[in-house]
Write a protein that binds this ligand. Structure first.
Ligand code: PEP
Ligand code: MG
Length: 760
């Protein structure tokens, strides 16, 4: 047994999980086998224990964790308290000295003050093999003795993050018996990096699968980029598949500050392949060596710098099904019923996700099951063959995103997370809203393809006088949206783009990184306005529900509201939080400067003409010329529909019916509440009456009318709206074709009717 608190990685091996956790032990084992692992040292689990004991913080720390973890606010308070206790305690002097001297030695070996990664490697005293992967934090690009010491403490503190506390309680682990080893390892300034599976991760077939992207591997591990995909036959060494994705962002070291930042991938590299054949085959060799070393298939993280390959981590693949488990049942009757939110059928293994830390569980072709999806789950939603949720209606996050991804989904089942369990084979019918136990006769499960680089038009389309547009919420859906051959984008929801960022807008502002935030907005909106150019794209200003934004890093300041749907969102929010509105306007101006004169600006959730007036003034004062840029409002609140003439008087180019909200506000039915979903009726005569009134008034005034709520995707509604004289209809990607056919047919019917009437 090793007694030292701080030890070199090469001094440990796979038998030392209790000392350095699974990650540390595996790194040591690989170094012993002379694999190219970046050098480093470990501040052991016992060192962490000693830190707690010598500071005398045992009782204070662990009693702060005895809380109701199902209450998010209480849990967050417990996290704050526990982390404060750790950060306020002192690292014992001898330990501090050892950490400093090991770091110095590392610098000496490398002849430079090196950048290191400080990674968490947790271990349970009684169950050293328990996996806590992804629960704790990693700190990248740390340099300097003091910064290393701070990062070690932050690593320790991350053992008491809300996610980690929740996980341990739910899994029955005693907080007092879980320790954390901090692994301090030299950073590889990777030009490219990713993951690989030494055998097929679900079937165990003898193929090596490699995923890679530009920059550090975190983007691939977290799923924030679509990586390239390579599949190699282990025996013949044939590279059987290469899918080259469009890679928009890379995680890299800022040469000026040394901090890790997200950067747009240079244009010439976006669609370029990350790995050449030589690199692919060398990686396969390492995969073979690692599988041999550990005796079982491995899930490996790798990086490449100056053609040199580094292995950053290797752990067993836990998802391979044993033969007897693959004997699937044939599905008969449905076990769950909900709302069919995105059409299509698929089967696969259920994977229950309680928060973003578990996204890694969802492999290509699995069925993602969650209480409700959140924006940080989008990378896993892309891999999923289908999605099932407990909560939500047809316009909830899961429904909107799965339709954009073309992924079957059933929402509002009430008890999917209760009835289904990890690994259970299920079939999802996203049309009928049913979930079956076992495998039904449907096409083989297909995972979402990496973002396609090329656009293909498969069908000729009828020409319609009423424009048929498409809604877009996530930039990843742009290619599919363009392929619909829509006449433009009738709604681009920017909040989904913001929710996809690593942190809350306020956090960017707090860190003095407002410019970075504006750049993010610009680059994401640009993907859509560029792909559709010169067709119009109506970009909606922020419509952020506080409950969703609160979950983001730095989102603690979001107000807690009894009913967020009636609360601080839409334009009322921007008119109060002008600091954020300002940044949106900066992004719009930059896009206009870049020549995107096809962009229009749409204001959500207006209830009084003064809101439109103030919003226009704000933007005008900051240089937006409404003679050149179209401006419009969403009609989502009955008040706006009833006094539409007063809005027109303020100066408007267009209005768009947001029937998702218009329905909930007119009928007093929460759109996300599955308990009242039976009352949610977009075709209610009261709603049709409001719409009719607005179309008549706008047509009189020469203001364009459109619809971007879910009702516009219903061909029957489209028919009625064309009859009423609407200018355009914006539908979901999957509905554009059917809506366009209906619009064309209705227009012909109207012409025929008029011709007949003229004759008689
Ligand atoms: C609507 O309310 O119909 C709409 C399109 O906006 P959102 O669904 O984003 O609230
Ligand atoms: Mg709305």
């Amino acid at each position: 047994m090793i007694e030292d608190s701080v030890i070199w990685l090469e001094e440990v091996g796979k038998e030392d999980i209790a000392i350095v956790g699974g990650k540390g032990a595996s790194l040591g084992e690989m170094l012993r086998a002379e694999l190219p692992v970046p050098p480093g040292f470990a501040v052991t689990a016992q060192a962490f224990r000693r830190f707690i004991d010598e500071n005398g913080i045992n009782d204070e720390l662990f009693s702060s964790l005895e809380v109701d973890v199902d209450n998010a606010d209480i849990l967050r308070d417990a996290e704050k308290k526990a982390k404060k206790i750790i950060m306020g305690a002192k690292i014992p002097a001898d330990m501090e000295k050892s950490i400093k001297s090991k770091y110095k030695e590392l610098c000496k070996r490398e002849k430079d003050e090196v950048f290191v990664a400080v990674r968490s490697s947790a271990t349970a005293e009684d169950l050293p093999d328990a996996s806590f992967a992804g629960q704790q934090d990693t700190f990248l690009n740390i340099r300097g003795e003091q910064n290393v010491l701070d990062a070690v403490k932050k690593c320790w503190a991350s053992l008491y993050g809300a996610r980690a506390i929740y996980y341990r309680v739910k899994q029955g682990f005693d907080h007092r018996k879980v320790n954390l080893c901090a692994v301090v390892q030299m950073m590889v300034d990777a030009e490219k990096a990713g993951v690989m599976f030494s055998s097929h991760p679900s079937t165990g077939e003898p193929v090596t699968i490699i995923e890679g992207a530009w920059g550090l591997g975190e983007t691939v591990v977290s799923g924030s980029v679509s990586p390239d995909y390579y599949l190699v036959d282990k025996k013949s060494r044939n590279i059987k598949e290469r899918k080259i994705a469009t890679k928009n962002v890379m995680h890299t070291k800022d040469p000026k500050t040394g901090k890790t930042i997200d950067m747009p991938v240079p244009a010439d590299k976006k669609n370029a392949k990350v790995l050449d054949d030589d690199e692919i085959l060398k990686l396969v060799d390492f995969a073979d060596v690692l599988e041999e070393l550990y005796g079982i298939p491995q899930d490996i993280e790798w990086a490449i710098k100056n053609k040199e390959i580094f292995i950053l981590q290797s752990r067993p693949i836990t998802t391979i099904k044993k033969k007897k488990e693959t004997k699937e049942k044939v599905a008969t009757s449905a076990i769950l019923e909900g709302l069919g939110a995105s059409p299509g059928m698929a089967y696969g293994e259920a994977k229950l996700i309680s928060d973003a830390s578990e996204l890694g569980k969802v492999k290509n072709g699995d069925i993602l099951v969650a209480v409700m999806t959140t924006p940080d789950m989008v990378p896993a939603m892309k891999r999923a063959a289908a999605i099932v949720t407990d909560e939500g209606g047809l316009t909830c996050h899961a429904a909107i995103v799965s339709r954009e991804l073309g992924c079957p989904a059933v929402v509002g089942t009430r008890k999917a997370t209760e009835l289904l369990s990890d690994g259970m084979m299920i079939t999802v019918d996203g049309e009928k809203g049913l979930v079956f136990d076992g495998k039904k006769d449907v096409p083989a499960p297909v995972a979402m393809q990496p973002e396609k680089a090329t656009i293909s038009f498969s069908k000729s389309k009828p020409v319609t006088a009423t424009e048929v547009k498409v809604n877009v919420s996530i930039p990843e859906a742009t290619v599919r949206a363009v392929e619909t051959q829509a006449d433009g984008v009738g709604l681009l929801r920017i909040e989904h783009m913001i929710l996809g960022l690593p942190k809350h807008p306020k956090q960017y502002i707090k860190e003095g990184k407002a410019d970075e935030y504006v750049n993010e907005l610009v680059s994401r909106i640009q993907i859509v306005v560029d792909a559709f150019y010169p067709k119009p794209v109506w970009v909606r200003t922020l419509d952020a529900p506080t409950d969703e934004f609160r979950a983001m890093e730095g989102g603690e300041g979001e107000p807690i509201e009894p009913n967020p749907m009636l609360g601080y969102r839409g334009i009322r929010r921007d008119l109060i939080d002008t600091e954020h509105f300002e940044l949106e306007v900066r992004a719009f101006k930059e896009l206009i400067k870049r020549g995107y004169n096809n962009m229009g600006i749409m204001i959500p959730l207006v209830q009084h003409p003064s809101e439109l007036r103030r919003a226009k003034e704000f933007m005008r004062e900051r240089g937006i010329d409404f003679g050149k840029t179209e401006i419009g409002i969403m009609v989502e609140i009955p008040a706006a529909a009833l006094i539409i003439d007063q809005f027109i008087a303020e100066g408007l180019d267009f209005v768009s019916f947001g029937t998702n909200d218009l329905t909930q506000y007119t009928l007093a039915v929460d759109r996300n509440n599955e308990h009242v979903a039976h009352l949610y009726n977009e075709l209610h005569p009261a709603i049709m009456k409001l719409i009719e009134h607005v179309i008549i008034e706008c047509n009189k005034a020469g203001v364009k009318t459109s619809i971007c709520g879910q009702a516009g995707s219903n061909p029957k509604v489209a028919k009625r709206l064309v009859e009423l004289g609407i200018t355009s209809i914006s539908a979901n990607i999957d509905a554009v074709e059917a809506v366009r056919d209906m619009v064309a047919r209705t227009e012909l019917q109207l012409l025929l009717k008029a011709a007949r009437e003229k004759k008689s």
